[in-house]
Design a protein around this ligand. Structure first.
Ligand code: C2E
Ligand code: MG
Ligand code: MG
Ligand code: MG
Length: 294
């Protein structure tokens, strides 16, 4: 009896495994097809100077325009993209596309010429020998200035080989490219060697910002991160600002930059064009909504 129970349990387990494997393989096939059919899009979320409320740049965020399911966010496919390595070519495509787009906008909207763009890279990029050559060729091919490009990386890139990752970051910085530590505060504690990271910006993770006005400990943590960052001469971006109260609190704490639905959602290229076409760059103070892409 015990034996048959065990067998039944094994079958249930293997069925789940099988279903999961099939789902993973389907998603992989779909992602490859999406790349071939050019179904990926770059969205641009404004980053704002909290002292002036002027837009200083964008973070580029990947979207998948699925023929049946509409616009899909990375949360639904990032795990598979990471696991299969598809995140490598997809992220390079995002970077090249964003640089080309910024160069087109520079011609039409002179005021966009000072804006910077942040591009997310995964930990996997730092295990590849083509990281620096790819960066160089994208900058050379698009003519986009290195000084206006910023790579967003997480502490995860330091897990495997810290020394190699740090050396690579140093070369990136020597090219004039900025480096942001993304989702700061959620990874493995890097406080002890933060001063050794060749980075120029910290992005405080959304979890601290969303609890800012409800949990006293969050305000304390954000305050401590700001003191630490500023003493290391790092700029700070607060991620996921959704309310006026959060924005006010961060401004009062001396946080340099902010990003979040309170200012603007991630925008399609067309929506960015509408923003750039206005007489002056608006102080982005009203919450806006993510419209469809038509
Ligand atoms: P991330 O780099 O931390 O990006 C910020 C995420 O927060 C984005 O989610 C953005 O849409 C979301 N966000 C911004 N403001 C708010 C807010 O006020 N409230 C809330 N609730 N969320 C806000 P998204 O676009 O779904 O991207 C998720 C993650 O996927 C990114 O986190 C990044 O790690 C990854 N990712 C996105 N695009 C790329 C890419 O091109 N390459 C790579 N390697 N990763 C990417
Ligand atoms: Mg990011
Ligand atoms: Mg982040
Ligand atoms: Mg994130």
């Amino acid at each position: 009896r015990a034996k048959s129970l065990g067998k039944a349990r094994y079958e249930v387990f293997s069925m789940t495994m099988r279903a999961q494997t099939i789902a993973l393989m389907q998603m992989e096939t779909e992602l490859r097809r999406a790349a071939e059919r050019e179904e990926f899009l770059v969205y641009y979320q404004p980053i704002v100077d909290l002292a002036t409320l002027k837009m200083v740049g964008f973070e580029t965020l990947l979207r998948w325009q699925h023929p049946e399911r509409g616009i899909i966010s990375p949360g639904e496919f990032m795990a598979v993209a990471e696991e299969t390595g598809l995140i490598l070519p997809i992220s390079w495509w995002v970077m090249a596309e964003a640089c080309r787009q910024m160069q087109r906008w520079a011609v039409i909207f002179p005021r966009s010429r000072k804006l910077r763009i942040g591009v997310n890279l995964s930990g996997r990029h730092f295990q590849q020998a083509d990281l620096l050559p790819n960066l160089r060729s994208i900058l050379a091919e698009t003519g986009f200035p290195a000084q206006r490009l910023c790579l967003e990386v997480t502490e995860g890139i330091l897990i495997d080989n810290k020394e190699v990752a740090i050396a690579t970051l140093e070369e990136i910085r020597a090219m004039g490219i900025g480096v942001s530590m993304d989702d700061f505060g959620t990874g493995y504690s890097s406080l002890s060697y933060l001063h050794r990271f060749p980075i120029d910006t910290l992005k405080i993770d959304r979890t601290f910002i969303s609890a800012l006005n409800s949990e006293e400990s969050s305000a304390t943590i954000v305050h401590a991160i700001l003191m630490l960052a500023h003493s290391l001469r790092l700029q700070v971006v607060a991620e996921g600002i959704e309310t006026r109260e959060q924005y006010r609190a961060l401004q009062a704490l001396g946080c340099n930059y902010g990003q979040g639905y309170f200012f603007a959602r991630p925008l399609s290229a067309r929506q960015v064009e509408k923003l750039l076409a206005r007489q002056s760059l608006p102080p982005l103070v009203r919450p806006s909504t993510e419209e469809d892409n038509t």
